[in-house]
Design a protein. Structure first.
Length: 182
């Protein structure tokens, strides 16, 4: 009689939970950031509005919602997989890097969008690598490519490239990850 391998079952359940939670964040932030970038592009380029970056204030309620979701999720689902903490720490440091770039944007010639997109590419790629989920790895590469292109185009067009990058890099892989958990 074959003994049932509970460590393998636990690891599989942990990965499935991680994929389910991850899909929420990749879809949610993929939508929020791509729409916000697109609105910034429309306001700045098409309507010549002098302060198109004002749309980024939408990130504040989105971050609060995401934080509340994370707290509620953590209370009801204790992480069963060791890499859950690695993912959490990875994204915490990426978020900290984003804040640093925003705070010192003047020091980097206000090239904020390409640098933040670069950080997102690293987080997305490493998440995909840790989960063994190739679409996220490819999403990270597409965000990396978007970041490179953003350095080469005039600043008003950077949000358009970032929006496309977020759709291909976070939203689409997030949907694929969600479909995998169903």
């Amino acid at each position: 009689m074959r003994q049932h391998d509970t460590s393998s079952d636990s690891e599989t359940k942990g990965r499935r939970d991680q994929a389910e939670v991850g899909s929420f964040y990749f879809i949610f932030w993929g939508i929020i950031v791509s729409v916000t970038n697109l609105l910034q592009f429309i306001l700045g380029v098409l309507f010549d509005y002098p302060y198109p970056y004002v749309v980024w204030l939408a990130i504040i309620p989105a971050a609060l919602f995401s934080g509340v979701y994370a707290i509620r999720r953590r209370k009801s689902h204790k992480p069963t997989h060791a890499s859950s903490n690695i993912h959490k720490d990875n994204w915490l440091f990426i978020f900290s890097g984003m804040l640093l770039i925003i705070l010192f944007g003047e020091k980097v010639n206000h090239q904020i969008s390409p640098l933040i997109t670069l950080l997102l590419s690293i987080g997305t790629f490493t998440s995909g690598r840790a989960m063994g989920f190739r679409p996220l790895q490819l999403g990270g590469l597409s965000l990396f490519l978007a970041s490179m292109i953003m350095f080469l185009v005039p600043r008003p067009y950077q949000p358009l490239i970032a929006s496309i990058g977020m759709i291909l890099g976070n939203f689409v892989p997030g949907l694929q990850l969600r479909a995998m958990t169903k």
